[in-house]
Design a protein around this ligand. Structure first.
Ligand code: ADP
Ligand code: MG
Length: 345
């Protein structure tokens, strides 16, 4: 077998690396006036409002390179940012990518990372217009800033839901979390016994949801085509329960969520029971789903009632009614948001 080539980052230097990164870039949006190459990028919003959001991914905290291909990591980092822009109902247009890398990484490894970034840029029609490159003494850090554009009246905030609206979510929930559990289990078994073959067959869907998630720009564009403006919206990155709490608290309303209606894929449920976890717990607290959670007026909901990828999971209530989950057995439980709490011991 041929050894893959390994070019040291030091052989290229920072400017050589930036030149190489530039080769992954194709500018598609007319709002991009100037991309990589000057002191700053130039964007022409052309009368629209600009929506901006950043996300940071640190090795060992947000990803584990022993089972995350760099190409997927690049893709996921872009998708996570685009998801935030979609949650504002803005059209994603540009991203900036900041990386800190150690000499543990080769030029080819950075190429792989940017192949994933470039693929995501192509899929979401965003331009990579800049970033920063620094060295790191240990792990890889990648931080992306995404820019989106929208007419002011089109932007959807978290704090504008009202009582008596339908709470909807796109896709299904909890799959990315179960995918992560499977990867962690296989890593542990491999560490204990390197002869073991990983047991990953038949787990495709949940692994893909963990390693290469998609931002739901498709749902956002579809709602626009149907002339539906959600009354409030948020993306599900930290778990449904925590996002429902954010939306309700900021809107000053309550909610009743029906456990029976939560969209959970069969493989997610099956894998959850394999791990002795309740599927509903994955759906409520799993995180990294990157689905859209939004509220619709009853009239708008009628237009998507039969949509295969949008599920009504509950209804908004008065603030004093609280935020409850109605169990399959018909008992209301106060909803608790575990979410992903970084600074907990
Ligand atoms: P400065 O010293 O002014 O910060 P740099 O040499 O860091 O300039 O960057 C030169 C150009 O390359 C800028 O347009 C910058 O946005 C872009 N750039 C730098 N690092 C990256 C990166 N990792 N990904 C994409 N673009 C980058
Ligand atoms: Mg710089």
């Amino acid at each position: 077998m041929q050894q893959p080539t390994r070019t040291e980052l030091a052989a290229l230097g920072e400017f050589g690396l930036i030149d190489r990164i530039k080769q992954h870039v194709k500018i598609e949006n007319k709002s991009t006036v100037r991309g990589i190459g000057d002191d700053a990028a130039v964007i022409n919003p052309d009368g629209l409002q600009t929506v901006i959001s950043s996300d940071l991914f640190a090795e060992g905290i947000h990803f584990d390179l022993s089972y995350t291909p760099l190409k997927h990591l690049g893709y996921k980092a872009v998708a996570a940012n685009v998801s935030d822009i979609a949650a504002m109902n803005a059209t994603p247009t540009q991203i900036l990518v900041n990386i800190a890398v150690s000499n543990r990484f080769s030029v080819e490894a950075i190429d792989e990372l940017y192949e994933g970034i470039a693929l995501a840029c192509e899929n979401y029609k965003v331009d990579l217009v800049g970033g920063d490159t620094a060295s790191s003494r240990s792990g890889l850090v990648i931080s992306i800033t995404a820019v989106g554009l929208a007419k002011p009246e089109q932007i959807v905030y978290r704090n504008t839901a009202k009582e008596g609206e339908v709470i909807c979510v796109s896709g299904d929930l909890g799959a990315a979390y179960m995918g992560l559990q499977v990867l962690a289990r296989e890593k542990q078994e491999f560490t204990a016994n390197p002869e073991m073959q990983p047991q990953l067959s038949e787990k495709d869907y949940i692994l893909r949801r963990q390693l290469k998630p998609e931002a739901r720009t498709d749902i956002m564009y579809e709602l626009r085509e149907l002339d539906i403006l959600p009354t409030a919206m948020i993306d599900v990155s930290d778990g449904l329960a925590s996002e429902i709490m954010h939306l309700c608290k900021q809107s000053g309303i309550g909610a009743l969520i029906l456990e029976d209606e939560l969209p959970i894929d069969n493989l997610t449920a099956l894998t959850a029971s394999e791990f002795g976890v309740l599927p509903v717990t994955c759906a409520l607290n799993g995180g990294e789903d990157y689905e859209l959670l939004f509220t619709l007026t009853q009239a708008d909901y009628e237009k998507v009632r039969h949509h295969p990828d949008i599920t009504a999971i509950g209804i908004t209530k008065k603030a004093q009614d609280g935020i409850y989950l109605m169990s399959k057995g018909g008992n209301p439980y106060p909803l608790k948001a575990q979410g992903w709490q970084h600074f907990q011991a």
